[in-house]
Design a protein around this ligand. Structure first.
Ligand SMILES: *[C@@H]1O[C@H](CO)[C@@H](O)[C@H](O)[C@H]1NC(C)=O
Length: 341
């Protein structure tokens, strides 16, 4: 007998009686081989899992009250900048003039090409994807207002907000707040395109539910309202952390009933979602493998006994004997027979 086979034989799963007294069956050999193949397969899966780690989702209470959370924004409204007013109101502040930090850039209105090309779907991003796209950016300018007379207005930049329920809104001058300028009614048009709307650090490559969306209206007194529920989310892998805020959104629009404009009403969940890639320690991994293999051996021996019983019951003793062969030989006889063919 060559070395390798001897080696394999020492792995034999089932308790033995001296070979002089046993009658071996090819059925038994086959089930041992299948058990080993199955165990090798599981080992392979487990090692793969050990190397790759696993993604753990956990919720914890969000105890950090960040005062300087930002709304990152980049959108175009089909109205001249000169008539546009942007404000934040929340449960702590009375009113914050977002216009002092946001940039207004007069432009012409056209529906961006991506609108016709992609059908957008938003899914919860995968950990890998988030980390791959976690490039922090910063809007390089603040509060620059240019070409206010152009037919449309690109509004971009960030607004600091408190981490409490609030409302960021874009309205027309003279509608909603008192103003020296009163926007002529025929200039009102809250048709808009959003390319970026996110909370927290600005990761331009992360996709948020409102990014690349468009809303059109042919009503002058149109009110668009977005309800946003923000869940602070921390992605973690190999010491890398990406602190973001995911949100879900529902939108409603109506005309003539409320102050015309675009309203983003946001609220923060008091929980934090932690998406983390974890890894077993080598010790834990070893224990796991031993446990799994032990379990498989026990179950395999049960199954084997059960199979024998079933054959005995259904097909009778004669059939059970048919598989029996030579007296000397081990579990791997079936392989030997195979080789001879
Ligand atoms: C607003 O502008 C868009 C695009 O030019 C146009 O389709 C829409 O009819 C306009 N709405 C109003 C109320 O003028």
């Amino acid at each position: 007998m060559d070395q390798s086979r001897k080696f394999i034989r020492t792995f034999d799963a089932f308790p033995k009686i001296p070979s002089s007294q046993e009658v071996r069956s090819s059925r038994g050999s086959l089930s041992s081989i299948m058990t080993y193949v199955f165990m090798l397969f599981l080992l392979w899966v487990e090692i793969g899992g050990y190397i790759d780690g696993y993604v753990d989702h956990q919720f914890s209470v969000d105890e950090i009250v960040r005062k300087d959370l930002r709304i990152n924004l980049d959108m175009i409204v089909a109205m001249p900048c000169n008539y546009i007013d942007t404000n934040v109101r929340d449960t702590t502040d009375d009113r914050f003039l977002a216009a002092e930090l946001l940039n207004y850039q007069g432009t012409t209105w056209n529906i961006p090409r991506w609108f016709f090309e992609s059908d957008k779907k938003t899914v919860t991003p995968e950990l890998e994807e988030v980390l791959g796209r976690s490039v922090i950016a910063e809007f390089s300018q603040k509060g620059v207002h240019m070409d206010g007379g152009q037919p449309a207005c690109r509004i971009y930049g960030y607004v600091p907000v408190n981490k409490v329920r609030g409302d960021f809104h874009i309205t027309a001058k003279g509608f909603g707040y008192r103003d020296r300028t009163i926007t002529p009614r025929e200039a009102l048009n809250f048709t808009h395109v959003i390319t970026e709307f996110s909370f927290g650090e600005f990761y331009p490559y992360l996709d948020n539910p409102l990014d690349m969306t468009i809303q059109t209206t042919d009503q002058q007194l149109q009110t668009f309202q977005y309800q946003l529920r923000v869940v602070p989310t921390l992605f973690k892998k190999l010491g890398l952390e990406v602190d973001t805020n995911q949100f879900s959104t529902t939108s409603t629009s109506s005309s003539g009933k409320y102050v015309p404009g675009i309203f983003f009403k946001y609220d923060f969940e008091p929980i934090k979602l932690i998406v983390e890639e974890k890894r077993l320690s080598f010790f834990q991994f070893t224990i796991r493998i031993i446990t799994i293999f032990g379990g498989i051996m026990v179950i395999a021996s049960w199954l084997y006994k059960l199979m024998d019983k079933l054959i005995l019951i259904t097909l009778g003793r004669e059939f059970l004997k048919r598989g029996e062969e030579k007296k000397d030989g081990g579990l791997l006889d079936a392989v030997e027979d195979f080789e001879k063919i």
